[in-house]
Design a protein around this ligand. Structure first.
Ligand SMILES: C[S@@+](CC[C@H](N)C(=O)[O-])C[C@H]1O[C@@H](n2cnc3c(N)ncnc32)[C@H](O)[C@@H]1O
Length: 229
């Protein structure tokens, strides 16, 4: 397994706090969402083929990166938190799988070659409205022409009472993260709009939640970079 370190902004508060929750973050997220957070990430495999190069930004302890390595993808996984990357390293080792692991800031990642796909799962929402578009733009720049950017995250709430209930549920989670200083307070982003504004084409939008009640809670957006970038 290759593991190289990367420049970090030492003392970054998000890194320190994610270090503190590394051992239980994924468990908590999946319990809070009744497993929907995981399902929204795993749907991305529908759009990935063995042998493709995939980058996971803000990978956390990386359940989806482990699954990707098991499916024969060439995985690069990056996170600012060394504790998160350490957990992922141990997970991969236990299963005899390999991946390139990077402790570093997503904004500083400059690979030699662009990726077939870049996934930012519950990652872009740690940034406030001033920074998020910059991080998203950088992520798009890491996708090769014709490749995919995939974002699993909170779904933008619909209008009316159902929207209010959805918003309250999602805001409760976001506020909990904000209290722990793991995320900033901000509106729930519509990543499809942000991606299209950057010239991406939307290939698929998959919602997860109380669909029969018209209340999507989590959403995976699959977007493509034009062939001629
Ligand atoms: C909400 S967690 C999501 C983790 C994982 N993708 C998941 O779905 O379980 C956000 C992750 O982004 C990482 N992170 C925050 N700022 C970052 C940055 N500037 N560069 C890379 N990773 C960052 C945190 O350390 C944390 O692991």
């Amino acid at each position: 397994m290759s593991q190289r370190s990367f420049e970090t902004r030492s003392g970054d508060v998000k890194s320190r706090n994610y270090d503190a929750v590394a051992s239980f973050y994924e468990l908590l997220a999946n319990a809070y969402s009744f497993g929907l957070i995981r399902r929204a990430k795993m749907i991305e495999f529908k759009y990935l083929k063995p042998g493709q190069r995939v980058l996971y930004l803000g990978v956390g302890s990386g359940e989806e990166a482990v699954a990707a390595a098991r499916k024969g993808l060439e995985v690069t996984a990056l996170d600012l938190s060394s504790a998160m990357i350490e957990r992922l390293r141990a997970r991969l080792a236990r299963k005899g799988l390999s991946a390139e692991l990077i402790v570093g800031d997503a904004l500083l990642h400059q690979p030699r070659e662009a990726y077939d796909a870049v996934c930012g799962n519950y990652f872009f929402n740690v940034f406030g409205p001033a920074d998020m578009p910059l991080v998203l733009r950088h992520a798009i720049g890491l996708v090769k022409p014709g490749g995919r950017l995939m974002v699993a995250d909170m779904a933008p709430p619909p209008g009316g009472l159902r929207g209010l209930l959805t918003w309250s549920y999602l805001k409760f989670g976001l506020s909990f993260f904000w209290l722990l200083r793991l995320a900033s307070q901000h509106p729930i982003y519509d990543f499809r709009l942000y991606g299209e504004r950057e010239g991406l084409t939307t290939e698929a939008v998959r919602d997860f939640g109380l669909r029969k009640l018209g209340m999507p809670l989590y959403r995976t957006v699959v977007m493509r970079r034009p062939e001629t970038a």
